[in-house]
Each structure stands twice: as structure tokens, then as C-alpha cells.
Ligand binder design. Structure first.
Ligand code: FMN
Length: 172
């Protein structure tokens, strides 16, 4: 697990290769296995592979969601605030698990934030995404996770740089 966490970096440049259905299914299993507050599971996932739609989603974030310019796949993580008051936490955990499973399978990924963000035109990012994907108005849109075959190499994290002064034992 630590090795995976050290090598996972946000990939914003992808090769023009699709993510196979078998691999996508594994990533979706990770998303659906994510824990949630009171086990309510208020999340849903919108899988986007259509290039034109990916490029429309790219505009939903200021100054632009660079990763979506080349990614062959994005998973949009949405949650129902009417079902659970921990939907943001639940959606964050699912987003990270999607990224870690993608990394474990050898893919790169990048979290694109939608909650509390604006689109290129200044519109609320969540509204912009909901409109493009016909997501019902009451759903929150936490993130879009871009996934694909890496076309850039980013340096893995080094354990020796970890800031253990942020860890407090027994009391602050
Ligand atoms: C909550 C959250 C929001 C993020 N939003 C964006 C985003 O909108 N666009 C983007 O390109 N990267 C985004 N990222 C990726 C971060 O910029 C990245 O994780 C951070 O710079 C550390 O780099 P690393 O992922 O390579 O370790 C986000 C990451 C997190 C956890």
C-alpha cells in the first residue's frame, strides 16, 4: 500500500488509448466498495468515455480541467445530500479509492474538483456538470476523476521528505 501511495501522482497527460472494460469494471468495484457514513451509500457514478463529452466537461472548471483534454475516461462522483449529510466525505473516499485502484492497475488519474468551484464561464461547476450530464438538480457533484494510460512520468514521493512534525502523540 505505501509503495502505491508513494508512486501515485496526479496525471494530466494521457495516451490515446482506451481503458478496457474489464479494467473499468475493477475501478468501479473499488468505487462501490467505498465505506460511507452509516453505510447509507448515497453515491452514484457517471462514466464518461465519449471524447466530445469529456471536452465539454473540461470547460466546467477554471482555468480548465487540463487532465480532461487527453483522458479517455472520467468518472463523475455524485452524491445525494437528501440521503446523507456525509455525502461529501463519502464521495471523497470513493474518489480516492477510484484513484488508488486505477494506480494499482497501472493507470494514471487526476481528481478534478467541482464542489465549490467555477466553470470557465464563471458558472457554478456543479451546475455546469449537471447540465451536460443531465444529472438531477438535487445531486451534489464532488469530483470528476480523469483516468487513462499515463503519458508523463512524475517523480514518486520519497518517505524521507514526510513531515512527522505534523504528527502529535498523546496530546497536541
Ligand atoms: C480535493 C482535491 C481537489 C483537487 N482538484 C484538482 C483540480 O481541480 N484540478 C487538478 O488538475 N488537480 C486537482 N487535484 C490534484 C492536486 O492538485 C494534487 O493531488 C496535488 O497537487 C498533489 O499532487 P499529486 O496528486 O501528484 O501528489 C485535486 C486534489 C484533491 C485531493
Amino acid at each position: 500500500m505505501l509503495e502505491l501511495l508513494k508512486t501515485r501522482r496526479s496525471t494530466r497527460k494521457y495516451k490515446e488509448l482506451p481503458v478496457a472494460k474489464t479494467e473499468l469494471d475493477k475501478i468501479l468495484k473499488a468505487a462501490l466498495l467505498a465505506p460511507s457514513g452509516k453505510n447509507i451509500r448515497p453515491l452514484e457514478f457517471v462514466v464518461i468515455e465519449d471524447k466530445e463529452t469529456l471536452l465539454k466537461l473540461e470547460t466546467c472548471k477554471q482555468p480548465g480541467a487540463v487532465a480532461l483534454k487527453t483522458a479517455p475516461l472520467a468518472i463523475v462522483v455524485i452524491g445525494d445530500p437528501e440521503k446523507s449529510d456525509t455525502w461529501i466525505e463519502d464521495a471523497s473516499i470513493a474518489s480516492v479509492l477510484i484513484q488508488l485502484e486505477a494506480e494499482a492497475l497501472g493507470f494514471g488519474s487526476c481528481w478534478i474538483q467541482c464542489n465549490k468551484r467555477k466553470s470557465k464561464t464563471g458558472e457554478n461547476s456543479e451546475d455546469a456538470v449537471r447540465k451536460i450530464l443531465s444529472i438531477p438538480a438535487h445531486y451534489g457533484v464532488l469530483s470528476m476523476i480523469a483516468i487513462g494510460h499515463k503519458d508523463e512520468t512524475l517523480k514518486a514521493y520519497d518517505e524521507s521528505n514526510l513531515d512527522f512534525t505534523k504528527v502529535h502523540y498523546a496530546k497536541y
